[in-house]
Design a protein around this ligand. Sequence first.
Ligand SMILES: Nc1ncnc2c1ncn2[C@@H]1O[C@H](COP(=O)(O)OP(=O)(O)OP(=O)(O)O)[C@@H](O)[C@H]1O
Ligand SMILES: [K+]
Ligand SMILES: [Mg+2]
Length: 713
Amino acid sequence: MSVTATAEPAQGAATAPHRVGGGLLDPRQLLRSTPDALRKLDPRTLWRNPVMFIVEVGAVFTTVLAVADPSFFAWLITVWLWLTVVFANLAEAVAEGRGKAQAATLRKAKQETVARRLAGWGTPDVREEPVDAGELRQGDVVVVEAGQVIPGDGDVVEGIASVDESAITGESAPVIRESGGDRSSVTGGTKVLSDRIVVRITQKPGESFIDRMISLVEGASRQKTPNEIALNILLAALTIIFLLAVATLQPMAIFAKSYNAAAPDSLTINGDGVTGIVLVSLLVALIPTTIGALLSAIGIAGMDRLVQRNVLAMSGRAVEAAGDVNTLLLDKTGTITLGNRQASEFHPVGGVSPADLAEAAQLSSLADETPEGRSVVVLAKTEYGLRAREDGLIPHAHFVPFTAETRMSGVDIDNRKIRKGAASAVTKWVTDNGGHPTGEVGPIVDGISASGGTPLVVAEQVAGEPARALGVIHLKDVVKAGMRERFDEMRRMGIRTVMITGDNPITAKAIADEAGVDDFLAEARPEDKLALIRAEQEGGRLVAMTGDGTNDAPALAQADVGVSMNTGTSAAKEAGNMVDLDSDPTKLIEIVEIGKQLLITRGALTTFSIANDVAKYFAIIPAMFAAVYPSLDAMNVMRLSSPASAITSAVIFNALVIVALIPLSLRGVRYRPASASQLLTRNLLLYGLGGIVAPFVGIKLLDLLVVQFLPGM
Ligand SMILES: Nc1ncnc2c1ncn2[C@@H]1O[C@H](COP(=O)(O)OP(=O)(O)OP(=O)(O)O)[C@@H](O)[C@H]1O
Ligand SMILES: [K+]
Ligand SMILES: [Mg+2]
């Protein structure tokens, strides 16, 4: 993999609106989480963390020994062994605790509301009936007006409104929700600020978005990822190896004594038999307790960092996958461009008057609830003074809605059919209905496309006559600022960006060039997106994509990382494994960075933990056995005061290093694009070498303190 990063403590992360105090490790936070940490001592919970479970078993064992044969040393070690387990639990509890405040805010949004259900929606006699929000079923249709709380999750089927979503996003600026387009989904518990919308409920009772958010930020639904399980197995294996190594020490000591009767019993301290306690201490010092203690907190903190950026990850696995993504698929409209494709001009052809084209275009758009359709109606009205007619006013009108599959929309009125849509689709419709495409259309379409605009060809057929093109509508769109820089950054991370669009290849190329993506796929239908993702995955690559439309749902489900926009349709939100509450498609870039940061943090702390244990080996063993095996004295570089002090210092250091690393595991090491070898060198230097040096310094200092302040060591 060419993608990498430098590892360094991160700077202050973006603070989320809900967060109380962005402080990294407030001592009060430790105190507040202590009860949870103590609850986690329950072996039924702790066994899931094999390394810490062994430490707990060891602590129980030394407690029994200390009770049976009390000594200051025995109790000192016992207390610090218990503290080791508590500190590990504390790391996890603090990580979990950070979501609690947000969960409390969300619960407040979950107030009971009365819904205004519309019985018989879609029929001439619609009746409004009040029901409890809790009684709403999937498919129910409700009306919500300014000042009212939306009673459940759903899609807007009629109208447009500004909505206050601060309850879930923490963002106070109102957002627009409208029917038809890709901004149609609304969340129960948010509030309509202006106008009136009709919403079709999509949520199952008791499974609201807010409910899912609560369990997510509380970590209630967190499952270990396959990577975490694998690492846990590795740590457990290391633990067993050390367990066996330590168990053989005692026979060795006896063996040595039988040869050298003068040797003092190394495992006796101040005349007390403390063999058991020494062996447990040694074991705990040598097994990978640091990473064992912090592993879970690192995972939770990764999810939490996403929440802080208003991204809800439905699985930890998705967060990890984000760190390894190779290909990024981005929609054109609304992701790379501002997405407000507005009709800006009518270009008539074949002697049709501009007003006639505008009239036909407007007629075909009266029931077109997409933003594009509405903008056509508006343009016809402002430029040609055409009245926007209610569809009820046109008798016998049969509207053909837009679909991504047909790439057309239109209307049939009596003996007249009007269609508008992608040039290729409408041209085909014209030929299929006996017409001949005119040579005038092509250059106009290409001209609009080359400028990055979307051309919509308008055509009509009057019964008995061949179909003919009337002209072209120019839909304008603008590439968002700063896109090129972001894609350059992705390239440095080794990620290929591919833009996907339903638009024609010329428009696609114009926008792709302007935005600076690596590749593009034009005239893509939903199944083409899916096929593209499958092809990438078959090549062994991990694919991330953002999407908002219902037609994106299959692709979102297939992608390794599928980020759906909170504004998008409910189907899209169901299909993906992440939801971006800010509906900012470029957020994917941050998501990838957070994923990488998670993987790097875990790698760095695993390196540190194992290096640490190796160093402890050299610190303790010579001190303990110097008397039995005088030859070991050459290795006794640390010159610790006494075996008792060496062991005590090692156990205390081992426990304190966990607390010291809680802040780093919560905020993660900083991610910065860099080459693979740079990253490896840096990480080995910082966390490998650091991990070796730290125990020598730490244990030596503790040894001096122990001898100074604790009597008889
Ligand atoms: N309301 C509409 N009526 C008729 N044709 C439309 C309408 N909206 C879009 N089209 C045509 O259908 C094509 C596909 O649009 P669609 O919205 O499916 O694209 P997409 O897959 O969402 O990709 P993107 O929107 O990112 O370009 C457009 O390029 C346009 O030519
Ligand atoms: K250890
Ligand atoms: Mg679209």
